[in-house]
Design a protein around this ligand. Structure first.
Ligand SMILES: N[C@@H](CCC(=O)N[C@@H](CS)C(=O)NCC(=O)O)C(=O)O
Length: 209
């Protein structure tokens, strides 16, 4: 297998953290997003979307999308389950993970890409160009304020995203909280539950990935 990564990008980082949690090592190729390598003919043969992460299997199959890759790795390396340990827990992990993706990762992406000069005409990743909409950047920042306050309330009664069980949803939330710095948003200092969770996750060696 080969993992197509970009060391500075938040989406492949989620896969790297999951791999580190499971102790998986996969040959890794860096894709230079800064210089547009994702749009090269060679890379688009691997992923026509022009996005990382990609996991290329030994038979040449390319798996794209963070969660699809993570779920595949969970299935072939089931030890240390990160998607839930029974049907209800799996559904709860999926449910909150979807919310964290939409309200955290996507909110930062909108805030960042719609206002950053280097992303003019590239307000969304992928094969199609979209102009920036500055109002979406402002809305993304508002959504992040709500993301933090919703997490603060949630973590008053939960050690992790799902009870006391560390899961892939914590990886998504952690990546989103750190990605938020790109738009100068950080956890308000009075949010003690969220900060407690953040420090706890940050101490895991996998988050250095
Ligand atoms: N839908 C993809 C999105 C991944 C994504 O946004 N990747 C970014 C890096 S964090 C990317 O490849 N950007 C390329 C670009 O901006 O052209 C997923 O969830 O896996």
């Amino acid at each position: 297998m080969k993992f197509y990564d970009c060391a500075t990008a938040p989406s492949p980082r989620r896969v790297r953290i999951l791999m580190a949690e499971k102790g998986i090592e996969i040959e890794t190729v860096q894709v230079d997003l800064m210089n547009g390598e994702q749009m090269s003919e060679a890379f688009r043969k691997i992923n026509p979307l022009g996005e990382v992460p990609v996991l290329e299997l030994d038979d040449g199959t390319s798996l794209t999308q963070v969660m699809a890759i993570c779920r595949y790795l969970e299935e072939i390396y089931p030890d240390i389950p990160l998607f839930g340990r029974d049907p209800v827990e799996r559904a709860r992990v999926d449910s909150i993970n979807d919310q964290l993706q939409a309200n955290g990762m996507v909110a930062v992406m909108e805030a960042f890409r719609n206002a950053t000069p280097g992303f003019v005409n590239r307000a969304m990743p992928g094969p199609h160009n979209y102009e920036q909409i500055p109002a979406l950047s402002e809305r993304g920042k508002l959504r992040l304020d709500n993301f933090f306050s919703d997490l603060e309330a949630h973590l008053a009664n939960n050690q992790y995203m799902v009870d006391d069980y560390f899961s892939v949803a914590d990886i998504t939330a952690f990546a989103a909280v750190e990605f938020a710095r790109w738009v100068k948003k950080s956890v308000p200092e009075e949010y003690s539950n969220l900060l407690r969770w953040y420090q706890q996750v940050k101490q895991r060696p996998s988050t250095a990935a």
